[in-house]
Design a binder for this molecule. Structure first.
Ligand code: GLY
Length: 332
């Protein structure tokens, strides 16, 4: 078992990384509490059944899988279900699933009765190494990803890497893209391991390294006004591509193209292309550049004329660079 403490004063919590922890979840969750599991219709029933066998009185709410469920309408529907089931302020929401479920359930926890406790049990690689940690929760609108949201830290994050066994290769590589990002912005060794080793020989070690990097950054800038922005390497272009493709491209695939674009002209351009290709991640696109630019100008990360982009000149060291927004066009 590996444990990472996220020290955020009264909002501090632990991230537990332990293969098979779902099989003794009652060691981590107080089953005397009023528990609501929020999950999606794609989650393997065995996880639900195992968890329910420990938390027999819990209420389970399911949303359709996929990015479309990350909406105000779905948040509203979940809130209505909580009210309908007389769920009180003392409840504990358990987000069981990937990033969509984590962001949506966390958002509901942040608004229901002005905020209730929640924990994250992320079941995809992407959510285990990124979205479950750091407290960014929210939903999309038609035109903007994560347009509505809050910062609400979970009480606990439980990562069981055996859940990765049911993911297909595309979903795994979706998470690997974020691992590559961590390597580029913060750890040359991680980047090199991703290229030369089979990280699945010891996936928990790599999940731990990524969560450690994220934690170190989040605790310096929980509200994303400064250093936390380096976690957005490749995301300005990536988010535009994700939205333009109507989420046909997965998040990791879109940021893969974004990271490649940001690496053009660097000394590691060839290396990043090789690593992304090793994991079947795309490195180019033929989307309409003007349309992508329009998405970028409405991105949360932009203001009227300026944009902070994240650059990496040397693998393992990301930094923030303010630019005039139109300068991003040369990278599209
Ligand atoms: N996923 C980027 C962040 O949490 O800031």
């Amino acid at each position: 078992m590996r444990k990472i403490h996220v020290p955020l004063q009264e909002n501090s919590y632990d991230v537990i990384i332990e293969p098979g922890l779902i099989n003794h979840i009652d060691d981590y969750i107080d089953k005397s509490r009023e528990i609501v599991i929020i999950s999606d219709d794609n989650i393997p029933k065995t996880y639900i059944n195992t968890i329910k066998s420990f938390l027999s009185n819990c209420l389970c709410l399911y949303v359709p899988h996929g990015e479309k469920s990350k909406s105000m309408e779905m948040a509203n529907s979940l809130v209505n279900s909580l009210i309908h089931n007389n769920i009180t302020r003392g409840c504990l929401i358990v987000a069981l699933g990937g990033g969509v479920v984590g962001d949506l359930a966390g958002f509901v926890a942040s608004i229901y009765m002005r905020g209730v406790d929640y924990i994250q049990i992320p079941t995809t690689l992407l959510s285990q190494i990124d979205s479950s940690v750091g407290g960014k929760v929210g939903v999309n609108t038609e035109t903007m990803k994560n347009a509505i949201g809050s910062f609400k830290q979970p009480k606990l994050v439980l990562i069981d890497s055996t859940t990765l066994q049911t993911l297909d290769e595309r979903q795994i590589n979706n998470g690997i893209a974020e691992m590559i990002k961590y390597g580029l912005i913060a750890s040359k060794t991680l980047f090199e391991d991703l290229y030369s080793l089979n990280i699945f020989d010891d996936i928990d070690k790599y999940i731990y390294q990524c969560v450690q990097i994220k934690k170190d950054i989040v605790v310096q800038d929980v509200f994303d006004n400064g250093i936390r922005q380096i976690l957005n390497y490749g995301h300005t272009i990536g988010h535009a591509i994700e939205q333009y493709s109507k989420y046909e491209l997965l998040h990791g695939e879109a940021i893969s193209i974004g990271m490649m674009s940001m690496s053009i002209g660097t000394i590691f351009e060839k290396e990043i292309k090789k690593v992304l290709t090793k994991y079947n991640l795309p490195t180019s696109h033929d989307y309409d550049k003007e349309a992508l630019y329009r998405y970028i100008t409405t991105d949360k990360k932009a203001n009227k004329n300026n944009l902070n982009i994240i650059m990496v000149d040397k693998v393992g060291k990301g930094y923030i660079k303010p630019i005039i927004i139109s300068q991003i066009k040369e990278r599209l």
